[in-house]
Structure formats: C-alpha cells, structure tokens
Design a protein around this ligand. Structure first.
Ligand SMILES: Nc1ncnc2c1ncn2[C@@H]1O[C@H](COP(=O)(O)OP(=O)(O)OP(=O)(O)O)[C@@H](O)[C@H]1O
Length: 802
C-alpha cells in the first residue's frame, strides 16, 4: 500500500490539475516571470516533498501543487470549502475551475515530489559548493514549514556514499574532496575544516563540542561575522565529516511533534571552510571559500500543531526568528538603510548570506497537502520575495592574514626554523658539554662529572621531547593540508618531500643521538675510572697511614733501643769498672789468701769472658755502637748469665774471703784493742809518769779513732743499703705491670721482642744507674769494699737480673 499511494495520489492530482493546465490558462493569481530576475548570487528554489503516509486518507491524496514541466514555475491551488464537499463529488469539485484559485510563482527551479536528492544536489547545491571551492562565500538555506523535508534535503538520513537518500551536506563534502582529488593543479594546497552549530531558543551552541554552550556572535574587520569559541575540525576525507555530522545530529534539539516525528527544534548551521593555496612562480595566492549549509527550524502554526508548554515556547522562538528573517529580507528588498540583522541570532549569523558577500541559495520546502496549504502559500510567497535580494559575491582571495593556510604556512616555517635552531643548539651544547667534560676530567671530580652527566641527559631528553613535539606538530599540520589532484598525503610530490624531510631530520637526530650516546657512555666510563682511581687512592692513603704509624713505632723502638743500648753500655762500663775494682780487690785478696794458703777463682777466665767482644760491635771515635739483633741480645743475655754465674761464684768466694778477712781483721783488731787496753791498764797501774800518760792518751785516741772508723763505715754501709732498697722500691720492676711484662717476656713474638727486651733493660738500667749514682756521689766517702757491701751489691744484682 505504501508503494502504491504516492503514485495513485500523484496521478490523481495530475489528472485533476492537468485539466486546468495552469501555465496555459490565465491564473487568477500569478507571480510573473519578469520577477525572475537573473541573480546569480541569490537563487531561490522550491522543493515539494511527497505526501506523507499520514496525509493520505483512504488511499487518496489531494495535492494543492502543480509544477511546470520545465521546473521553473509552481502553481498552488487554493480550494474553497473543500472540507464541506461530499467525498462522492470530490473529483468533480476538484476539476471545477470555480472551486479554486491558482497562485503561480516562478523560481530558479522547482523540485516536485519525484525529484531525487541527487537531482536537487546536482541542479542547485552543487553550484554553491563549487562557488565555495572557487573562494566564494556560499550558503544553502532550507526554509519551510515543519515537516516539509528541510532536514531530509540538507542531511538525508544515512551518511555513506552509496545511500541515495543522502542529502546536500554529505554530497557537498564528497564534491569538495572529489574536487581536491581530481584537480589537475598539483601546486594547490587545500585545507578543509568544518563547524556545526545550532541556535536553540536563541542560544548558540557548538554541536561538535558539548562543553561549548551559549556562544556569542562577534565581528571584526579581518574575520567578519563569526561565532566566538566555535570549534573548527580539520578533515581529510568524507568519512571524517560523516562522523562529525552524526555526532552533531545527536546533539541537536529535536522532538516528536504532531507534524513531524523527528522535528528539529533549532536552526542548524553546518559550516565548511575550504582554503586553497596556489603557488605560481614563487607567488602564493590564497582563496578561502565558506559554505554555510543551513537547516532552519520549521515554522509552524500553533493552532495546527497544538503545541503547549516547552514546545509552545520553542515554536514562539522559532517563529520569532523566522519573522526576523522575513524582516531582513523585506528590508533588503525595500533597500532600507537599516537591515535588522541583529534582531535574531540566525539573521546576524547569516548577514553575509543575506544581501552581502555571498552566493546564496534559498530552498523553500513545501508540503503538497491540502491541510498545509496556507503555510505552503506563505512559504512560497516568502521565497518569492527573497528572489529580489541581491548579493555581491566576490572571491575571498589573498586574505593574507585571515587564511589559516597562510598561518599554517608561517607556523610551519617558524617551526622548521625553530627545529633547525634546536638542531644547532644541540650541536653547540654538545661542544660546550665536551669542553665541560674535558675540564671536569682534568679536575677528576667525580661529583661534578656526575652532575654534568645528569644535566646533559635531562637536556637531551627535553630536546628530544621538543623535537618530537615539533615533528608531531609538523605532521599534524601537513596531514591537514590537501593537495589538488589528490589527498596531500597520497600525492607523490608531497610524499617525496615529506620522506626527504623526514629522512633528513631522522638522519640529523640519529647522528646527534649517536653522538650524545657516545658522550654519555664516555662520561660513564670516565666516572667508573674516577671511582676506581678514588678507591685506589683511598687504599693507598690507608696503606701510607698504616706504614707511617708502623714507621713511627719503629722509630720510637729504635730510639728506645738506642737509649737502652746507651744504658746498657753505661751499665756495661760501670760493671766493668766495678769488676776492675773487684778484680783489683780480689787480686789483693788473692795475694793475701795465697799468703794464707787458700784457693782463688780463675780470674783469667772471668776477664776473657768480660773482654770477649759481642758480634757486630762497631767502634767509632772511641765509642762502641752495637747493632742490636735478636742474636746479639741473646748473646748479651747468655754473656750476662755467664757473668752473673761467675759473679755469683765470685761473690760466694769473695764472701767467703771477706768472712775470712773479717774474722782476721776482727781478730787483729781485737788483739790490738786488747793489747792497747792492757797497755793502758799497765800504764795507769804504774806511778804517774807524764810521758807514759801521754802515750796512754795517744793509745786511747787511736783506739777511739779505730772504733769511730768502724762505726762510720758501718753507718755508711747502712746508708748505702737504705739507698739501694729505696731505689729498688721506686723501680718499675716492682710494679705489677713490670712484673707482668717480665713474666710475659718469655712469650714475646718476633715483632715485640725488641720492645720487651728494651723495657727490661731500661728498667734494669734505671735501677742500676740510680744505685750507681748514689755510689758515685762525691759527698760520700769513697766506697770501700767490705763484706756487708759485697753482700748488698750481690743482692741488688740478684734482684736486678732475676
Ligand atoms: N523529498 C522527500 N522524499 C521522501 N521523504 C521526504 C522528503 N522530504 C521529506 N520527507 C520525509 O518527511 C518527513 C519530514 O521531513 P523532515 O524532518 O526533513 O522535515 P523538516 O522540515 O526538517 O521538519 P522540522 O522542521 O520539523 O524539522 C520525514 O519523514 C522525511 O523522510
């Protein structure tokens, strides 16, 4: 049924109207052909949509429109009181010329219900699109009552290149890209960008950027009238635009109304800007064409649509703005000085399209339905008036500063310059870094080298990022440009140029990256070497410190040993002196003992031992210096032991002889004392004789002297003993440490041996020296060896050597 009704209705209509044949008969109301002034810049076409299903009643549709075969004229049949006609007499009524009034209008073109989308585009829209491609401003504006096919004509419903129902916008896009691809002029670069906006309730919003609402219209000398903040999308192929249209269409305000299931409640403007830059003999000319594809919201009679509430408000706003459009058109026709563009957003936005620098095509959409007759007539009248609008269209050429292509060209040049400067900077920085590195290497400062390395790396990464960004920006800009003949990206010329440029840039950067990498690895190697060197230096320093410490210790040891040697030498000499004295005394005693018939120790043996030289003894300037070694010291020790043993033997012998001597001396003394006492008693018992008394006195005095001499000697001996004991008490040998030291002396290791021995001899020396000093004191009486003293000396020696 669906397929049959339009045909049926059409034939029905055509039969009805053919009888009157409006272009042959004299119409009652006619808008003459003379009104059809040739105005290339403002064309007006009318499109009659086919009847909708809801408009066909009982399989019948009464059309009020007839289009002339040449599609230049349209006749509107205004039937009187058709509602009152009995359906049985309807056909008769329709064919009766008295039943209607004819309104005939002439337009640039009239599309009837059978005209396809393709035909509409080819005959009307294409011209506008080509104008835009030539650099003109062009506008295609769909105007009409709600539900008459404005959106259908502008957009269609499916957006792909094979859908025959696709409307003017997709076809215009295809045309533009076809033009760019097929164009023979390869020296022309194109850029296509699109915007999509809606005016809903007098509020402008961006249909491609949901965050951009309530935008404002601005005007300046360079850009003319424009919507501030409206997004522009650079597109490279039709499919990109299709997806943008779909996105925008979803955001557009629509509603289901009584007149239209999907009624647009806003004016929608799809803007395509085509920039083209042609280079001839190094001269660049730029053209900027702008194509406005306007789908106005449908006018509606609230009485008919029954709109209420929000819909009513929308209707009011829509009608108000359309009324403004009518006022602008009237003012233009009447050539008024003031054109009320600013009364509504849509007229303000389309200022250029209405009486300005634009090639405009107004498409009046009408319904053939009898119910919509008044609106249809109104629309056609409106379109008819609009025919008188005169635009002055000029090519937007050499709009130097305005053209985005020009801007992009400048931007590209700037970016390329910046890129090459960056390259230079990288080279310069590399040299600078090399110098810094040399300097730092010279300083052998690891931390500074590390900082330089890190800074260099950072800089390198930053520069690499910047380079990437620049390349990306260039790529983006290039990708948005299209060359005549084909998509710029597909043109061999462009591809070659880009490839060469890319190769050059890549080669430069690869070279620089390699250099920087080398520099980096060199720095790292240096750093490792510096670390190694530092470690080595630290180790060496530690070794030096240890060696110095040990040397100091050795020095100290040597000094101590030297002191000890000196001390030993002194002791040795003193011992020798003592021994000489003793030997002398012994010799005296020997002589005495020999005279008494006793035995004496072998003095020769003692002397041979005493005079035996120690190995490695050097005599210089009369002084003996000993090279102290372990063996020497052991020699010394063994010699000392031998001497000690001999001394002990000697001491024993001396002691024995002393006892003998003492006994002898005591017996002599006692005998002398006895005889002296006897003499004194004899002398005193005889009569006093002065001479005798004198000899008695002399005897007494000598006796007293002997006794006091004995007393003095014994007190001196006592004092000597006390001194020795005192010095021994003060000697470190009597401290625990010394004892311990001595106890441990048998366990020393090779390194410690000199120190331990040294301590031992030092202490011995002190003790001995102290004792010797006391003996050598000139204030004291010259020592005379007696038994007591020998015993004391022997004790001292034993203590010292134990
Ligand atoms: N030439 C045509 N051929 C086939 N169907 C059409 C044609 N024109 C319009 N239509 C149909 O008419 C109905 C209304 O069309 P459309 O929505 O385009 O009207 P409109 O003028 O945009 O309405 P509104 O102003 O309410 O948005 C749709 O279902 C559409 O498919």
């Amino acid at each position: 049924m669906n397929t049959s009704f339009p045909k049926m209705s059409t034939s029905s209509l055509s039969q009805t109207t053919s009888q009157t044949n409006f272009y042959d008969s004299s119409p009652m109301s006619s808008y003459s052909a003379k009104q059809l002034t040739s105005n290339d810049n403002f064309k007006v076409v009318v499109r009659v949509r086919p009847p909708l299903q809801r408009e066909v009643i009982d399989g019948r549709f009464i059309s009020t429109i007839q289009v002339s075969p040449d599609h230049k004229k349209i006749c509107l049949y205004e039937y009187y009181n058709i509602d009152l006609v009995d359906p049985e007499h309807l056909e008769e009524y329709l064919n009766n010329p008295n039943s209607y009034t004819m309104h005939t209008f002439s337009f640039d073109y009239v599309y009837d219900q059978d005209n396809t989308q393709e035909e509409v585009y080819d005959n009307t829209a294409r011209h506008a699109v080509l104008s835009a491609l030539q650099g003109f401003n062009a506008t295609i504006m769909a105007y009409g009552q709600t539900g008459t096919g404005k959106t259908y004509t502008m957009e269609g419903f499916k957006y792909n290149c094979i859908d025959p129902q696709r409307g003017i916008i997709p076809r215009a896009i295809e045309e533009i890209f076809k033009h760019i691809s097929n164009g023979s002029n390869e020296s022309t670069t194109f850029m296509v960008r699109v915007s999509y906006l809606q005016i809903y309730n007098e509020v402008i919003s961006d249909l491609l950027r949901s965050d951009r609402q309530n935008l404002h219209i601005r005007e300046d000398k360079k850009r003319g009238v424009f919507v501030e903040g409206l997004s522009e999308w650079a597109v490279r192929n039709p499919s990109e635009i299709y997806s943008l249209i779909q996105k925008g269409a979803q955001s557009r305000a629509t509603a289901s109304t009584k007149m239209n299931d999907v009624s647009s409640r806003s004016h929608a403007v799809f803007i395509i800007i085509v920039e083209q830059m042609t280079e001839i003999d190094n001269h660049k000319s730029i053209k900027v064409g702008k194509l406005n594809l306007v789908d106005l919201a449908g006018s509606e009679r609230v009485r008919v649509t029954g709109a209420t509430g929000r819909r009513l408000e929308e209707s009011k706003k829509i009608n108000q703005s359309l009324s403004c459009l009518g006022n602008v058109i009237s003012a233009l026709i009447e050539q008024k000085t003031h054109i009320p563009y600013r009364d509504s957003k849509i007229t303000r936005l389309l200022e250029d399209s209405l009486g300005g620098n634009c090639k405009t095509t107004m498409m009046g959409m009408i319904s053939p339905a009898i119910d919509a007759f008044l609106e249809t007539l109104s629309s056609v009248k409106f379109a008819n008036r609009a025919k008188n609008i005169k635009n002055k269209a000029t090519i937007n050429e050499d709009v130097d500063q305005k053209a985005l292509l020009r801007k992009y060209e400048c931007e590209l040049q700037r970016l390329r310059k910046e890129l090459s400067e960056k390259n230079k900077t990288i080279v310069d920085s590399s040299k600078l870094s090399q110098l810094e590195e040399d300097k730092k290497r010279a300083e052998q400062d690891k931390n500074a080298a590390m900082a330089a390395l890190e800074a260099r790396s950072k800089q390198f990464f930053i520069e690499r990022e910047e380079k990437k960004k620049l390349e990306e920006k260039i790529r983006q800009i290039n990708s948005q440009m299209l060359i005549g003949g084909c998509n710029i990206e597909n043109s061999p010329q462009f591809r070659n140029a880009i490839e060469e440029q890319q190769k050059l840039i890549r080669a430069q950067y690869e070279k620089k990256i390699t250099e920087l990498e080398k520099e980096r690895s060199q720095l790292e190697e240096d750093k490792v070497q510096v670390d190694r060197y530092k470690q080595l230096t630290l180790k060496q320093r530690d070794i030096m410190i240890a060696l110095t410490t040990r040397l100091n210790e050795r020095d100290e040891t040597i000094v101590q040993l030297q002191d000890e040697l000196d001390a030993y030498d002194r002791i040795h000499r003193e011992t020798e002196t003592m021994l000489d004295q003793k030997i002398q005394r012994v010799q005296q005693l020997e002589e005495y003992v020999n005279s008494m018939g006793g035995n004496l120790p072998n003095v020769q043996q003692i002397q041979s031992i005493r005079q035996s030289k120690i190995k490695d003894c050097v005599t210089q300037d009369g002084q003996e210096t000993y090279n102290i070694t372990k063996e020497n010291l052991q020699d010394y020790e063994s010699q000392i032991e031998q001497l000690t043993l001999i001394n002990q033997e000697q001491d024993q012998e001396i002691s024995r002889l002393n006892n003998l001597l003492l006994n002898h001396e005591n017996s002599n003394l006692m005998e002398y004392v006895k005889s002296s006492v006897d003499n004194i008693i004899d002398a005193l018992s005889q009569p006093n004789d002065g001479l005798k008394l004198q000899s008695v006195a002399k005897d007494l005095i000598s006796l007293q002297k002997i006794l006091s001499g004995e007393q003095q000697q014994s007190s001196h001996a006592f004092s000597n003993i006390q001194n020795i004991v005192h010095s021994r008490k003060e000697s470190p040998m009597h401290t625990n440490q010394s004892k311990k030291s001595l106890n441990n002396s048998q366990n020393y290791d090779d390194d410690e041996q000199p120190r331990q021995l040294n301590n031992f001899y030092t202490f011995s020396n002190k003790s001995q020296t102290s004792s010797m000093k006391k003996q050598k004191d000139p204030s004291l009486p010259k020592p005379q060896i007696n038994v007591q003293e020998i015993i004391k000396m022997r004790e001292v020696k034993r203590n010292l050597y134990s």
